[in-house]
Design a binder for this molecule. Structure first.
Ligand code: OGA
Ligand code: MN
Length: 210
């Protein structure tokens, strides 16, 4: 795969910044290059097969517990230096972080992200991404890795806006959704096939609760 560097002045990143400023969220139907989407999907499935993904917990730190009635995905946190595909994705998100900081003064210090695999039938109930005891998560960013996703596969991300309206976003491979973590309640509807993503959060500096 060719090394990729996207400048923080790239028009698509500036478009995301504008959307966030104007409406608190942005969707890019085509964001990742196909080769990178495929490489991330292959890596996610391989690491799932190797037993590296674990059922996701709800809550934070010691209060965390697995509750399949709330969320049924399996996750694996990404670390730099593990694969070329992950490093390329992290570099891309770092360019987005720079653009957000430069134009919106968000003071985003880092980006944490995990692979997420939803087995068929699993879901994530309506929630906000900001924890009550940790308000560092500021901007949520989700990349979908699903090839040939069809409307009857389900698995939409449902967004709940302040004016009472809703929007369903299909998890199409290579697409990106970004939103302000504290402001936008959302849920993941059940799909009838495996649903893959990389989900991440840009975080402000702050104090670890404990
Ligand atoms: C999450 C989440 C949405 C999605 O992991 O917090 O809301 O579409 N994911 O995968
Ligand atoms: Mn969420």
């Amino acid at each position: 795969m060719r090394a990729m560097h996207i400048s923080s002045d790239h028009p698509q990143l500036l478009g995301i910044v504008d959307d966030l400023a104007n409406q608190g969220w942005s969707r890019q139907a085509i964001f990742l290059p196909d080769a990178l989407t495929r490489a991330l999907a292959v890596e996610c499935r391989r690491r799932k097969a190797e037993g590296e993904l674990a059922p996701a917990g709800v809550g934070r730190g010691q209060g965390q517990e697995v509750r399949e009635g709330i969320r049924g995905d399996h996750i694996l946190w990404l670390e730099p230096g593990q694969s070329e595909a992950c490093d390329q994705y992290l570099a891309l998100m770092d360019s987005l972080r720079e653009a957000l900081n430069r134009d919106l003064y968000l003071g985003l210090e880092d980006f944490e992200c995990h692979f997420a695999l939803y087995p068929p039938g699993s879901f994530y109930r309506k929630h906000l991404d900001r924890f009550r005891d940790d308000d560092r998560r500021s901007v949520s960013a989700i990349i979908y890795l699903n090839e040939d996703w069809r409307p009857d596969d389900g698995g939409q991300l449902r967004l709940f806006f302040a004016d009472g309206s809703e929007q369903d976003v299909p998890p199409l491979g290579g697409s990106l959704i970004v939103f302000m973590s504290a402001d936008l309640p959302h849920e993941v509807l059940a799909a009838n096939r495996e649903r893959l993503s990389v989900t991440g959060w840009f975080r402000r500096r702050g104090n670890e609760p404990f």
